[in-house]
Write a protein that binds this ligand. Structure first.
Ligand SMILES: Nc1ncnc2c1ncn2[C@@H]1O[C@H](COP(=O)(O)OP(=O)(O)OP(=O)(O)O)[C@@H](O)[C@H]1O
Ligand SMILES: [Mg+2]
Length: 249
């Protein structure tokens, strides 16, 4: 098998501080690999540690134990992975500066990477087209778009540097149901074209099923089950997975 885009081995994350809870392990002993072009779906109840695990995969949270490798290399040098990792969050507003025109928001990561002006313009135009928006949208402010269009801009911004790995943390939960389907389709198409590996965090088991090749289930900081999608939906191993599935029906 080729080198995974992200690899976690026995990772724990401990948060410090707080009066009642001086320290607390939000993630305990998590291990998995994500391959190029693969999506790992991550489900589990609120507070089980999903977003924390996503942050670890991006190098934004430091494990208190265990190892994280990106493209076979330990996370050390931030510069080296600039543009290679990206995140799409529940609210596109968190990623978009309200005062910047959307085209500029998409362009910004390329400016940071020192990409030349001509090439930036070309890539922004290509991304707008890839996410199904008209070129004229580049001139608008985020407030002048619908929620679904804003999330498309956030996805374009995440993808413009051609990252090898993307964390989607509840990317469609804030959207209208009909728009959710469009954005899920878009993510799937873009993955087919670009081949990025992805961690897809969601409460929505149907959306997770649609996008994921494998599913991991978290409960109280631990991955209690991880395996191929079909097996998870047909015959989950863990009692807790069965509870989640029956709750979703
Ligand atoms: N910076 C932090 N400091 C201390 N505790 C934190 C911090 N971030 C998260 N936590 C705690 O860690 C646990 C896991 O949080 P996390 O956000 O990873 O859960 P989650 O599974 O993403 O939940 P949700 O589905 O609600 O988004 C929670 O109990 C949360 O309160
Ligand atoms: Mg979360």
């Amino acid at each position: 098998m080729s080198t995974p885009v992200v690899s976690l081995r026995n990772v724990s994350v401990r948060y410090h501080g707080g009066f009642l809870r001086p320290h607390f392990d939000a993630v305990r002993n998590a291990s998995f690999d994500i391959a190029r072009g693969e999506t790992l779906g991550l489900v589990g109840e609120s507070g089980s540690g999903k977003s924390t695990l996503g942050r670890v995969c991006l190098g934004l949270a430091r494990p208190s134990r265990g190892d994280v490798a990106f493209g076979g290399e330990a996370f050390g040098r931030l510069r080296a992975r600039r543009g290679q990792l990206a995140v799409v969050l529940q609210f596109p507003e968190w990623a978009l500066n309200p005062r910047l025109r959307c085209g500029r928001s998409i362009e910004e990561p390329l400016v940071v990477m020192g990409v030349a002006t001509e090439e930036r313009r070309r890539r922004v135009a290509a991304m707008l087209e890839a996410v199904g928006l008209e070129a004229a949208v580049a001139q608008r402010l985020p407030s002048q778009l619908s929620g679904g269009q804003r999330q498309r801009i956030a996805i374009a911004r995440a993808l413009v540097t051609e990252p090898r790995f993307i964390v989607f943390d509840e990317p469609v939960s804030a959207l209208d149901v009909s728009v959710q389907a469009q954005v899920l389709n878009l993510i799937r198409d873009l993955q087919g074209q670009h081949g990025f590996g992805a961690l897809f965090i969601s409460h929505d088991l149907a959306a997770t099923r649609y996008l994921s090749h494998r599913i991991a289930v978290m409960k109280e900081g631990e991955i209690v089950e991880i395996g191929p999608r079909e097996r998870f939906y047909a015959e989950p191993d863990h009692e807790y997975s069965r509870t989640l599935l029956s709750a979703a029906l």
